[in-house]
Ligand binder design. Sequence first.
Ligand SMILES: NC(=O)c1ccc[n+]([C@@H]2O[C@H](COP(=O)([O-])OP(=O)(O)OC[C@H]3O[C@@H](n4cnc5c(N)ncnc54)[C@H](O)[C@@H]3O)[C@@H](O)[C@H]2O)c1
Length: 381
Amino acid sequence: MSKIKVGVVGTGFIGPAHIEALRRLPNVEVAALCEVSQELAESKAAQLGIERAYTFEELLKQDDIQSIHICTPNFLHYSQSKAALEAGKHVICEKPLAKDLAEAEELVELAAKTGLVNAVHFNLRYYPLARQMRVMREKGDLGEVYSIIGSYLQDWLFYNTDYNWRLEPDKSGDSRAIADIGSHLMDIIEYITGLKTVAVMADFNTIHKTRKKPLKPVETYSGKMLQPEDYADVPINTEDHANVLLRFDNGNRGVITVSQVSAGRKNQMKLEIAGSKKTFAWNSEAPNEMWVGNRDGYNQTLTDDPSLVYAEARSVISFPGGHNEGFPDTSKQMFREVYEAVAAGKQPENPTYPTFADGYRELLICEKILESNRKQSWVEV
Ligand SMILES: NC(=O)c1ccc[n+]([C@@H]2O[C@H](COP(=O)([O-])OP(=O)(O)OC[C@H]3O[C@@H](n4cnc5c(N)ncnc54)[C@H](O)[C@@H]3O)[C@@H](O)[C@H]2O)c1
């Protein structure tokens, strides 16, 4: 069997997670990577056991590379996705798809014109119980959605000495916590419930108005090693914390809170979706259990067991019940679906995986959230 050859762009935190997930697929070979410089690319290639190392421009010239994974800081997603599509490559881009809506719109149009496979790595959809919640809603088990409470909390930017490119709007975009982790939340809420967000009312807070920027580069999550003399003071103008009220197209309401300064919360997305028949509650830090609340009769706990979930959710579970799956498995399951499309050579009519159009949708909501925070009033989506 000839394997589909893949090139990965950017190998900081999430690039190696893509590589590991891709290596678990039987029909894919991670053949090459690229980095900011040829030198860094070569050292990363040696470290990650990948044969070929290039600059971005050189990578795109490789005729045998069929698909490209964009795992760079947000400001590069647009130009790199565009160049990869123009070079005839299928593209799997990290979230958020672009820095702003205009860029995302152009990418959606270009991808549609080429017919190439396009996907955005909203991998949290691929927790099996996220799929199960969606399928239960589709089959009518949840009933009409009455309300949604969502949160995404982290603590890796808790101290004013914590620093990353995400704190700089020219690299991250005008939003930080909402664009970085709120993006997953906005995507998964619409994915599970099938509702559309039609209006938002946002209130942001920047806890650390000044942060200490390291005078040498640090990769995501690795800033804890520096000493006081290694920093310079910089003003911060993006949100550490955001509350957003949501109105949905069924007339009902929700609320989300996003924070990157919640001590002890490492990477916790929580959802509570109350319907006319049941309530679902789920937490990404304990992803193999889901609480099902009933007004009449006992509440229930559903575990991530292929024999207990609907067949549509079973397809994203690889192990029997009790053999816990987690964050790395989400990317594997998503890429499995994406690479079925790559093997067929084109974007299917109704992809099961998140596409550039979903990336556009999330950016649209994000942009309205920013506008609402600026105006301190409701904004329609
Ligand atoms: N889906 C998820 O769960 C998830 C998780 C983390 C990050 N992300 C997304 O992944 C992207 C990268 O985040 P990260 O945390 O890995 O960042 P990072 O800073 O750890 O890594 C970025 C990498 O890109 C490289 N790079 C920079 N410019 C480049 C260029 N011109 N060409 C090639 N490589 C270049 C850097 O050298 C670095 O190795 C972001 O858009 C982020 O939103 C998604």
